[in-house]
Design a protein around this ligand. Structure first.
Ligand SMILES: Nc1ncnc2c1ncn2[C@@H]1O[C@H](COP(=O)(O)OP(=O)(O)O)[C@@H](O)[C@H]1O
Ligand SMILES: [Mg+2]
Length: 347
């Protein structure tokens, strides 16, 4: 009898300090349930809302206060002792390059985009500039800064109306799950929307209203990524707000989207172009609007998309023939490949 291959040690990071903490916990539970115990030794690390890192009770030595040094110093249960980190963390302190930077410092492989790609995917304002440079269209917008722009300033409202018209969308530049986002139908709503967004971020985007179909495409790979089937989001609410995303039955996800195959191909091509332009790796879900005049506008990039087995990203690849467990296996392989390749570089 041959000895079994050693199991790959995977640290699944869940929770985190962002307002998407609970979503991350649900995604991570799905991931852990799908990782084959014969192949993977899974270490679940939960990061509390206040930033405290906690390992399962079976490893009491490793209550981590959350600094890189203490993680390095912790016993074999630390993330420095695993083969690959699977950060299932959405939003700030997880999806934005911070955890990725920590993994880089520790020299450990991790799933998904690196520091730059993660930070770009998180910052909707800076991302637009990079996409524009790559010839990819995004929604016309104004960027507001808390120290400079007053939510109640009439001149600001004039500028928004002249440049973008009403209704418009107002969003924190660096968040997710539709938290802090509003559709502002009139000036009173605009002032309230800007104030709300500033409660979540000191950088805020005001965008032209995009119309038509909201469509999403998954990307998987490193240097030669593949695009998934394209799906269409049909929220029951006026737009795809928090409730529409997470309340059972509040939205329909139609895969494949009810669009022409030529449009499907354009969306896949634009997704791969955005993936390359933003220096992404491993995975991403790229979200667009296909407007009634045929214009394709990239709305946003998610470097750690919702990750339960029924989330859009997994469903898009399932429709392309890749099962959830195989998708996870592929992502772990991609992380290990990328790490091995980068480890050979001389700095
Ligand atoms: N410019 C826009 N025009 C129309 N709808 C928008 C616009 N921006 C956002 N939305 C709606 O709000 C939702 C959330 O916005 P999004 O930019 O994707 O932020 P998040 O990162 O929170 O998902 C989108 O899925 C879409 O339904
Ligand atoms: Mg979104």
């Amino acid at each position: 009898m041959t000895a079994a291959a050693p199991r790959i040690r995977v640290a699944v990071l869940a929770g985190g300090r962002s307002s998407e903490h609970a979503i991350s916990i649900a995604s991570a539970a799905s991931v852990v349930a799908a990782l084959d115990p014969a192949q993977y030794e899974v270490l679940e690390i939960t990061i509390g809302r206040e930033g405290r890192w906690e390992l399962p009770a079976a490893r009491p030595a490793a209550l981590l206060p959350g600094t890189a040094q203490s993680i390095v110093a912790a016993d074999g249960g630390s993330i420095a002792g695993v083969d690959v980190v699977l950060p299932i963390l959405h939003g700030p302190f997880g999806e934005d390059g911070t955890v990725q930077g920590l993994c880089e410092m520790l020299g450990v492989a991790y799933v998904g985009a690196g520091v730059l790609g993660s930070a770009l995917g998180m910052d909707k304002a800076v991302c637009k500039a990079v996409l524009r440079d790559a010839g990819i269209r995004t929604a016309e917008s104004l960027t507001l800064l808390a120290h400079r722009d007053d939510p109640d300033d009439d001149a600001l409202h004039d500028r928004v109306e002249a440049a973008l018209a009403l209704p418009c969308f107002v969003k924190p530049a660096r968040l997710g799950s539709s938290v802090g986002i509003s559709k502002a139908h009139d000036r009173a709503e605009l002032a309230a929307a800007i104030a709300l967004a500033f409660a979540h971020d000191d950088k805020v985007l005001v965008e032209r209203l995009l119309t038509g179909r909201e469509v999403e495409c998954g990307v998987l790979g490193n240097e030669a990524p593949i695009a998934s089937a394209v799906g269409e989001i049909c929220p029951r609410n006026e737009w795809y707000d928090f409730e529409a995303k997470y309340v059972e039955g509040a939205s329909d996800i139609i895969i494949p989207a009810r669009i022409a195959s030529a449009d499907m191909a354009r969306i896949q091509e634009a997704s791969l172009a955005a993936f390359a332009a933003c220096d992404l790796a491993g995975m991403a879900r790229i979200d667009f609007f296909l407007e009634p005049d045929g214009g394709l506008v990239l709305n946003e990039i998610n470097t750690i998309p919702g990750f339960t087995s029924t989330s859009v990203y997994a469903s898009l690849f399932a429709a392309s023939g890749l099962r959830y467990a195989d998708l996870l296996q592929r992502l772990i392989e991609l992380a290990l490949d990328r790490h091995a390749r980068r480890s050979r570089l001389r700095y």
